[in-house]
Design a protein. Structure first.
Length: 227
C-alpha cells in the first residue's frame, strides 16, 4: 500500500531543536505525501480568528496572560484534524512537548481510530548547531541569508542579491543563547524520546548532513510508516 491508498490518516511528529531544519523538512514532506504541517502557534491563531469554542477559550486565557492549557490545545487539534485537508495525514510541529501531552494526544487519536505513525528525531551535534545558528545573519534590504563560515558575501560587506550594505542578526542568535536553548530542548525532549521509543514508533535520522540527504532519509521513513 502506498501513501495514495492509505485509509487511515498518518500522524507524524518531528522532534528536533531550533535550527535542526524541521520546518524545511516538513514542507518537503507536505509536498511529497500530501500531508499538512500543524504547528501549535498556527493552530491557536487560526482557532482564535475563527472564534471556535476552543478558540474563544484560548483567547480568554491568552488575554489574561496565562498559558493555554493542554485541554484547550487538544480541543483545537481535534477540530483541526476533522478538516478535509487533513485526510491524508498531518505533521505535528511543537506538540507534544511533554509526556503528559503525548498521552493526551494518544487519547485523542484513539477516538478516531488513529495512532502515531512515526515520531522522528532529527539528531544533531550541539557544538555544530551552535556554530550553525550563531553565525547566521541576513541582508537588511532583501532578507537574503548569510553565514560567517558557510556563506559569506562574494564582496565583503555587500549583499550578493541586492547590493545592500547593511546586515542584521537576530538578538537570540548568539552562542550563549543557542547553547542554552539546546540544553533546554534536550532536557524537555528526552522523556518524549523514551516515550515514543517504548511505543515502538521512534525513528532517528542524522540531521547534520545535506538537506537533500536528510530529505531522502525522511522520505523513506515516512513512506514506510504510511504503508
Amino acid at each position: 500500500m502506498d501513501a495514495a491508498t492509505t485509509t487511515t490518516p498518518a500522524v507524524l511528529i518531528l522532534l528536533g531543536p531550533p535550527g535542526a531544519g524541521k520546518g524545511t523538512q516538513a514542507r518537503m514532506l507536505e509536498d511529497t505525501f500530501g500531508l499538512v504541517q500543524l504547528s501549535t502557534g498556527d493552530l491557536l491563531r487560526a482557532a482564535v480568528a475563527a472564534e471556535t469554542e476552543a478558540g474563544l477559550a484560548a483567547k480568554a486565557v491568552m488575554e489574561a496572560g496565562d498559558l493555554v492549557s493542554d485541554e484547550i490545545v487538544i480541543a483545537i487539534l481535534r477540530d483541526r484534524l476533522d478538516e478535509p485537508d487533513c485526510a491524508k495525514g498531518v505533521i505535528l510541529d511543537g506538540f507534544p512537548r511533554t509526556t503528559v501531552q503525548a498521552e493526551a494526544l494518544d487519547g485523542l487519536l484513539s477516538e478516531n481510530g488513529q495512532k502515531i505513525s512515526a515520531a522522528i528525531s532529527l539528531e544533531v551535534e550541539d557544538a555544530e548547531m551552535v556554530t550553525r545558528i550563531s553565525g547566521r545573519y541576513t541582508c537588511a534590504g532583501c532578507g537574503e541569508g548569510f553565514h560567517d563560515t558557510f556563506k559569506v558575501p562574494a564582496v565583503e560587506g555587500k549583499c550578493d542579491k541586492c547590493g545592500h550594505t547593511e546586515f542584521k542578526r537576530r538578538a537570540d542568535d548568539n552562542a550563549e543563547t543557542v547553547a542554552s536553548r539546546l540544553a533546554a530542548y534536550h532536557a524537555q525532549t528526552a522523556p518524549l524520546i523514551t516515550y515514543y521509543e517504548s511505543h515502538g514508533v521512534l525513528q532517528r535520522t542524522n540531521a547534520m548532513g545535506k538537506i537533500e540527504d536528510i530529505a531522502n532519509d525522511l522520505k523513506n521513513i515516512v513512506g514506510h510508516a504510511m504503508s
